[in-house]
Design a protein around this ligand. Structure first.
Ligand code: G1P
Length: 338
């Protein structure tokens, strides 16, 4: 089994945090998104990993080569033109040699492990592939699948549907047994430039072509999933990662402060007279003085002073400084300080 992780995108909805680094390098809890994904892939004993890089590719390559080249066999493929997910997978499909492959999106984390997904895949050994899905309230934003009510076999699938034909969204893990058939169908749509939703070459369209030709694709539930594509979903991903840690990771001295678990505080930070947590990750060398911080991701080398922050993402080397108020308020008043 090989693995493809597409991670070439620009992460536009996460700017400014992705102006100078790929989305896959944003930190959730104690490590970047890509590290969470690769660690879980390695847990499933898959060591041939193909990463599709593009925007800020050197940063992603350097991180993975430094941390993972002794643990797995990494292949980097550059997607120079932004022609869509189908195009990205097509570029990688030439390296598969017909081997079954798990494709997992470079910005998404899953409650269910790849190990459990692969166990389901092994049970369906006559099928050509298996996709993870989840019911959603906004299917127009995803690829969706239509199945029979009593079956897990996909009858049809469509990317970003205009009409409400199904609320089962594709959540981004595709375990493909017949990678040769996938490669052939991707090749057709790439070579004829048959763009789909958003004017892009869509993986969903190639899979739909497979279904039309009689290949069998099925679905399994992905459990909760976090596609860290915007600020809210990134913070949710951070909460998910922190809640799955056994204990908070606190590598710095905490002075006269309260910690509400779970949190990650990396080394070299200075935290004093503050309340930190729950669901906060703070990267190295950051100083927090008289701060109240909950549900937030704070970058490295930042200084946070006299502020109450929640649901926030603060980058590296940022200074956020508020004022302490000196109040003199009589009885029966209501005061809002903004
Ligand atoms: C991609 C897939 C889509 C899937 C989604 C999951 O869309 O094309 O089928 O539902 O990921 O996150 P994108 O997020 O690139 O628009």
């Amino acid at each position: 089994m090989k693995c493809i992780i597409p991670a070439a995108g620009k992460g536009i909805r996460l700017q400014p945090h992705t102006l100078n680094k790929p989305k896959a390098l944003l930190t959730l809890g104690n490590k970047p998104i890509i590290a969470h994904i690769v660690d879980k892939i390695l847990e499933a004993n898959i060591s041939d990993i193909i990463i599709i890089v593009g925007f800020e590719k050197e940063k992603l390559k350097n991180f993975l080569l430094t941390d993972y080249s002794d643990k797995c066999n990494l292949t980097f493929i550059e997607q120079r033109e932004r022609r869509g997910l189908g195009h990205a997978i097509y570029l990688a499909s030439k390296y598969l040699d017909g081997e079954p492959t798990i494709i997992t999106l470079g910005d998404s984390l899953y409650e269910n492990s790849y190990i459990s997904m692969l166990q389901e895949y092994d049970k369906c050994n006559t099928w050509d592939g298996l996709l993870t899905v989840r019911e959603v309230s906004n299917p127009h934003s995803y690829g969706v699948v239509v199945t029979d009510s009593h079956s897990s076999i996909i009858k049809s699938m469509i990317e970003k549907p205009q009409d409400l034909i199904s609320n089962k969204a594709i959540t981004g893990v595709y375990i493909i047994r017949n990678t040769k058939a996938l490669e052939d169908n991707l090749k057709d749509i790439v070579e004829t430039n048959s763009t789909g939703a958003g004017g892009e070459i869509q993986l969903t369209d190639a899979l739909q072509k497979m279904i039309e030709k009689g290949f069998t694709l099925g679905v399994i539930d992905s459990g909760e999933w976090f596609d860290c594509g915007n600020k809210e979903s990134l913070l949710e991903g951070n909460r998910f990662v922190l809640s799955s840690l056994q204990i908070s990771e606190i590598k710095s001295e905490i002075i006269n402060s309260s910690i509400i678990h779970p949190v990650v505080i990396e080394a070299g930070c200075s935290i004093s007279n503050s309340i930190i947590g729950p669901n906060v990750s703070i990267a190295q060398e950051t100083t927090v003085t008289r701060g109240i911080i909950s549900s937030s991701i704070i970058g490295s080398g930042s200084v946070i002073k006299n502020v109450n922050i929640k649901n926030s993402i603060i980058g590296n080397e940022v200074s956020v400084e508020g004022e302490l108020h000196d109040l003199n308020v009589g009885d029966n008043k209501e005061i809002q300080i903004s």
